[in-house]
Design a protein around this ligand. Structure first.
Ligand code: SAM
Length: 279
């Protein structure tokens, strides 16, 4: 049984970066009136209490959403992200942090199809509670990679898969791009966003090599990263590989990342969005 629980990390700088990109991708899909499909392969519990024991133990959110919450932001990505987090808090003080399935449920329309897969029993129970108001969201207790294989291509034709494992299993660094490659063979127009941690061991290079092979086969892959200025223990940075990014995504995520670096790291740290070239 895997032990990772996202409550220790919810709202940290990696979530700010990942969830801003998620907001931009969903907002882009919602611009067209036809329905879209969204699958969250590793959904988590959907809603995180920032005064709960897990959040209190690490306090990671204070160096993430906590630093941005009261700011006036200029980039469309951060503005959209903040308005989503603020809406979850009912316009009041910051108490609750939305996970990816709750963000998606809020940005999707009734015509869209949303599926959230989660394996951890306690997280699954909490997820069902967090999304109780969104009866149309399908929550499945199943392996996220199996769900991606079984549910794509979707009937809607267009859409997004968020692949956000905990990387407790080191195989995940190779498994993520491999499963995206197989899904692309069935669903070439799908957008796939895969999160990865940047750790001192550098295992994310295996994942980037896998996505590089897709780029080498002519598939557009953008990589967005945000690195802490003085990495110590734990996360040195955060990354997202986006296959088939929609037009405008890279510029919008770049502008949002520059603003994040200002608010989170006082302008230090490194950030950027680049196209992967084939390997
Ligand atoms: N996507 C969430 C967000 O952004 O709010 C965070 C997800 S967290 C990083 C990873 C989640 O995947 C954990 O809740 C874990 O229980 C779950 N998980 C681990 N292995 C899984 C698997 N094989 N299939 C589905 N979920 C899994």
């Amino acid at each position: 049984m895997l032990s990772y629980q996202h409550g220790y990390h919810a709202g940290n700088f990696a979530d700010v970066h990942k969830h801003t990109a998620l907001c931009l991708l969903l907002r882009d899909l919602a611009r067209q009136s036809s329905p879209f499909f969204f699958i969250d392969t590793h959904a988590g519990r959907g809603r995180y209490d920032l005064s709960g024991p897990q959040a209190r133990k690490t306090g990671e959110w204070k160096d993430g959403i906590g630093r941005i919450w009261a700011m006036k932001v200029a980039s469309e990505g951060l503005a959209l992200y903040l308005s989503t987090v603020r809406a979850v808090n009912g316009g009041g003080a910051l108490r609750t942090y939305p996970g990816s399935p709750l963000i998606a449920a809020r940005l999707a329309r009734p015509v869209d199809e949303i599926v959230a897969a989660e394996l951890h029993p306690a997280e699954l129970t909490a997820l069902k509670r967090a999304l109780a108001a969104f009866a149309d969201v399908r929550i499945e207790r199943r392996d996220g990679f199996d769900a991606l294989a079984a549910l794509t291509p979707p009937a809607a034709g267009r859409g997004l898969a968020l692949i956000d494992p905990s990387y407790e299993l080191k195989d995940d660094y190779a498994r993520v791009p491999a499963s995206v490659g197989r899904a692309l063979a069935r669903w070439p127009d799908g957008i796939f966003a895969a999160w990865y941690p940047i750790l001192p061991e550098g295992r994310h290079q295996d994942l980037l090599a896998g996505f590089g092979r897709l780029a080498g086969a002519g598939i557009p892959v953008a990589v967005a990263e945000l690195h802490r200025p003085a990495p110590g223990r734990g996360l040195a940075g955060t990354g997202l590989a986006v296959v088939n990014p929609p037009p405008g995504f890279e510029a919008a995520q770049e502008a949002a990342s520059a603003e994040m670096a200002d608010f989170l790291f006082k302008g230090a740290g490194r950030h950027g969005v680049r196209q992967l070239t084939g390997s």
